[in-house]
Design a protein around this ligand. Structure first.
Ligand code: TXE
Length: 477
């Protein structure tokens, strides 16, 4: 399949006519190509975005609602096609891709209604004056998204950016471009005005970097690795560009002795290994109270050994393929690091070669124990089907272990003690805390992390605030 750019309302080839190979992770084979866009493509996207932006900003909210809603409906109509494409492109099981397509449509639907509801504040000064805040569109904004939840995270950025009246230049990951391409076809069908959304495919360090450097793009919403995020921040800072960065995590999943252990284990299997562990919210450090450590360990190992790995199109498989060869090698290198650090492997620890898919990139779900907090396995984001399990004695120790990395994205706490839940929720140094659940998402809530997990928040009104500039108007009586 040949992916095309979406510029000025049309599907177009890159100016250079150069393409990059696109691989199917489950087989390791090249099955398509993606534009290797450069500055010329970006300039064309900018011209089209700039010429469309004011009209889009001034389009009545109800009309914006209708178009964004139509996009959502069309994703629903084509859900199976999208899910199959996402699974083929990313390596995730199709059953999981189906859920993500539902949520991608929900993102558009949610921000369609937000376009209708978004309002600003006014501040009256007794008898002197009234202030009101105009929330104006920024202009042309950039959205750069990763390969782990391709359409879901792409739509999570684009929908609010459009709802807030901006024109968007978006770059999906070069590893997983296909559903963004299918989305561009849908945008045409839904009647999104030409130029309002432009999708430019290509390499992060090339066309992605140009987007961040370009003074014509006034804000960048980025989800990806922390190293890339740091680089983006340094590039954008001299221009005082508005930035929202959703970066990596090393999330703790804490199980106390008073928890509903069976429920905690069931959810922990998902929290650890869903999407091959390639979700920034996955709990990669399992912290268990010493009194239940052996029980939790045994039950968890039991459950994880039941997880089937292989062909993502087979609904019986819970674990699919790792997204790309470089990432596969990176995860395997961390297994070596863990071995060298003295980690004991309770499950997995190696690549898997399912029958008929021997050239694909599969790694067995891996549980490691016996490593201290201060080691690379417990400090660095691996972003694969790998977790480390540690024990603690006191609440204070659990808190110190949980907070003891440079990351601060999400923490999960399993307890039936209300006091403990509230105390920890307040003390955990994370942007998101789940109590007795994981990945339970309400799209209205702020989403994002602290420390090296990023700056800014997405979700609900936070996203609308990011994609608008507040202007105070003070009118004296
Ligand atoms: O992501 P990159 P990579 C983590 C995970 C993973 C690591 C590296 O630990 O192993 O990051 O993954 C674009 N200017 N996460 O290197 O590079 C790129 O094209 C502008 C966590 O594959 O961050 C893609 O569209 N853009 C994460 C996007 O950035 C650039 C999800 C993300 O790619 C660019 C993915 C540049 N200089 C990886 N360089 C999460 N938080 O969910 C790259 N890009």
């Amino acid at each position: 399949m040949r992916v095309l750019n979406y510029i000025g309302g049309k599907l177009v080839e890159p100016v250079s006519k150069k393409y990059l190979p696109n691989h199917q992770p489950s087989t390791g084979m090249v099955y398509g190509e993606v534009p290797d866009s450069n500055n010329e493509d970006l300039e064309l996207a900018l011209i089209s975005a700039k010429s469309a932006q004011k009209d889009w900003e001034n389009t009545p909210a109800e009309q914006k609602f209708k178009v964004l809603n139509a996009i959502a409906d069309l994703i629903d109509v084509h859900r199976e096609k999208f899910a199959l494409a996402e699974s083929k492109d990313q390596g995730k099981p199709v059953w999981l891709a189906r859920n993500e397509m539902i949520r991608s449509a929900q993102n558009f639907r949610f921000f369609a209604t937000t376009a209708m509801q978004f309002s600003s504040e006014s501040h009256a000064m007794e008898n002197k004056a009234i202030n009101y805040t105009l929330r104006q569109s920024i202009g042309v904004v950039g959205c750069i998204s990763p390969w782990n939840l391709p359409l879901y995270l792409f739509s999570w950025k684009i929908a609010p950016a459009l709802a807030a009246g901006n024109a968007v230049i978006a770059k999906p990951s070069e590893f997983t471009p296909v559903t963004a391409f299918l989305l561009s076809e849908i945008c045409i069908e839904a009647g999104l005005p030409a130029g309002v959304l432009n999708i430019v495919h290509g390499l992060g360090p090339k066309v992605g970097q140009s987007m961040v450097e370009h003074p014509g793009i006034k804000a960048i919403s980025f989800t990806g690795g922390t190293t890339t995020g740091k680089h983006l921040a340094a590039t954008a800072a001299p221009m005082f560009k508005k930035l929202s960065l959703e970066l990596g995590g090393k999330n703790p999943n804490i199980i106390f002795a008073d928890a509903d252990i069976n429920k905690a284990i069931k959810t922990t299997v998902n929290a650890s290994f869903m999407n091959q562990g390639e979700i920034c919210l996955c709990g990669s450090r399992l912290l268990v109270h010493a009194s239940i450590y052996e029980e939790v360990k045994a039950k968890l190992v039991d459950e994880v050994l039941k997880l089937k790995i292989g062909d993502p199109s087979n609904d019986e498989n819970r674990i699919g393929a790792i997204v790309s060869e470089p990432h596969y090698k990176k995860v395997l290198s961390y297994l070596e690091i863990a071995k060298n650090e003295g980690g004991v492997f309770l499950t997995g620890g190696e690549a898997v070669f399912p029958e008929g898919f021997e050239k694909g990139w599969y790694i067995a779900p891996t549980i490691i124990e016996g490593l201290p907090l201060q080691c690379r396995t417990n400090q660095e984001e691996i972003f694969g089907p790998v977790i480390s399990i540690m024990k603690f004695e006191t609440d204070q120790e659990a808190l110190e272990l949980a907070n003891g990395t440079e990351y601060g994205l999400a923490a999960t706490v399993w307890t039936s003690n209300l006091n403990r839940a509230h105390t920890l929720a307040a003390a955990l140094d994370f942007g998101i805390v789940w109590v007795n659940c994981w990945l339970l998402r309400d799209l209205r809530t702020p989403f994002g992390g602290k420390k090296s997990s990023g700056v800014g928040r997405e979700g609900g009104l936070e996203a609308m605030r990011f994609f608008t500039e507040p202007k105070n108007v003070c009118i004296a009586f």
